[in-house]
Design a binder for this molecule. Sequence first.
Ligand code: ADP
Length: 480
Amino acid sequence: MKIVHAASEVFPYMKTGGLADAVGALTGTFADLGHEVSVFLPGYRAALAHPSAAGAERRFRLKIEMGDQYLSGDVLAFSPRKNLTVFLVCRDEFYDRANPYGNGERDYEDNADRFIFFCKAVAETMRLADLGADIVHTHDWQAALLPLLLREAERRFGVTLAMKTVFTIHNIAFQGLFSAGCFARTNLPDELFSMDGLEFYGQVNFLKAGILFADRVTTVSPRYAKEIQTPEFGCGLEGVVQTRIDDLSGLINGVDTTVWNPATDALLPAHYSAADLAGKKVCRSSLLKTCGLDPSFTGPVFGMICRLTEQKGVDLVLANAEFFASWDCKFVVLGAGDKRMETALHKLAADVPSKVFMCAKLDEAMSHLIEAGIDFFLMPSLFEPCGLNQMYSQVYGAVPIVSRVGGLVDTVRDADEDRANGTGIMCAPNVASLRDALLRAHRLYWDNPRYAAVQQRGMARDFSWGTAAAAYEALYRDAL
Ligand code: ADP
C-alpha cells in the first residue's frame, strides 16, 4: 500500500510525548513490512537540525492560500530507511522556533495558522508529487484538518489524492480550539462553520474536523475508545464521537523495540534481559549515583517520567509526599511542564534530598536510565489514552503502578487481584487509593519471590509493534 502519514511530532525528529513515539514506530514498521510510506511533519528547528535531515533536498516550493493571501513554503525530503520518505514542511516564520506549540508560558498565538498551513501544504505536496495514496493517516488536532482539506483539494482540482483517510485521536483533551476568525484561513465553504462542521460553541475545533470527516477514526486503546463516548472523558466531543461509532476503533500502541529494549539500549550503562538481570543492578546504581542518591541503597526505587500536567496525576503523587518522606525508599522524577508542579516537586526533593530527586527537563537518555534503574514506575493518570511508559516499564522490569483508566487498563493487570498473571499494581485515580497502591508496592518489593514473578511476567509480555501494526494493516485493508 501507499501510505501517507501527517503528524506534528515524529520520533526522532520532534517529540514532546507519546504521539511522536507512536508515529515514528508506525511509519518505520510499515516501511519495513514493504509498504511505501511517506510521513509529513513541520520543519521545526530541531527537526531540521537532526543528523538524518542533513541530506534533505528541497523538493517543492509551495504557494499556499490562506484566506485572501498566499504564503510560501518549502518542502524538504529525505529517506532515513528503505520505503520511507520524510517530508518537512518548512516556513521559518511558523516553525523555526525552539518549541513546537508554545513558549513554556502559553501557546503561540498563531497556532491555528501554523497548522492550517501545515495541512494545506501536505495536501498540496501530495498533489504536486502525485503521491497517489491508498491511505492517508493523520494524527491529533494539528493534522486533523487534512482529511477534509484533501477532499476539498480533490474537488477543486478534479483529482484523486487519497483513496481513504484515517484519523487517530491520541488525546481528546487537546482539540485545537481557536477563535472563529481563523476559519476564513481554511478557505473551506462557509457552511462548514456550523454544528455539523468545525464550529464548537462559537469557536473553530480542529479535532472535530478529523472525527467528522475522516473515513475511519481510531484512538489508541480499546478502553479509551469507549471512554471518549462519555461526558467524563469526552471533553465535550462525546456527542461527536458517538456519531462515528460504526467507524471507530481502539488500537493499542506498541513499543518500538529498536529503541526500547534493555538488551540492546544504547543509552544504558549495562544491558540485561529477563534471564539475566545483573545489568539492571548496574543501571540502578548508575541512576542513583546520577541523581546524587546512595548507590548502595537496597530498598525500593520508584520513578516517574511524564509531562507535568494534571492528566498524569502529579497532584496525587504530591499529596502522597509523606509516603516518600517517611518510608524507606527512593523516588526519581523526570518531568517538565506546569511550573507549579515543577516547583512542588523541587520542594519535595529539597525537603528529603537523600530520598527524592527531581529533574525538570526533557531528557531522552535519562528517561531510559530511569526505566532501567527503578523497581516501580508511577503512572496514576486521571485519564490515559494509551500510555507508553507503563509498557516500557514492564519491558524494562520495573513494575508499573497505574490508575484504572484508558490504555492502562488494557496493558496492565493487578498483581494482587490476579495472582497468576498480574504485572503491576492498579489503583483508582485518587490520593487514598494511590497511597494504598504505594504501600502494596512496598510489601511486594520485600516479598522477593513474588516481586520477581511479577517482574518476570511483565518482561515476558510482547508489546512490540508487530501486533499493533497488524491491527492497523487490517483496518487499512478493511477501509479500502
Ligand atoms: P503522553 O503522550 O501523554 O505524554 P505517553 O506515556 O504516551 O504520554 O508518552 C510519553 C513519552 O514521552 C514517553 O516516551 C516518555 O518517556 C516521554 N517523556 C515524557 N516526559 C519526558 C521527559 N521529561 N524527558 C524525556 N522523555 C519524556
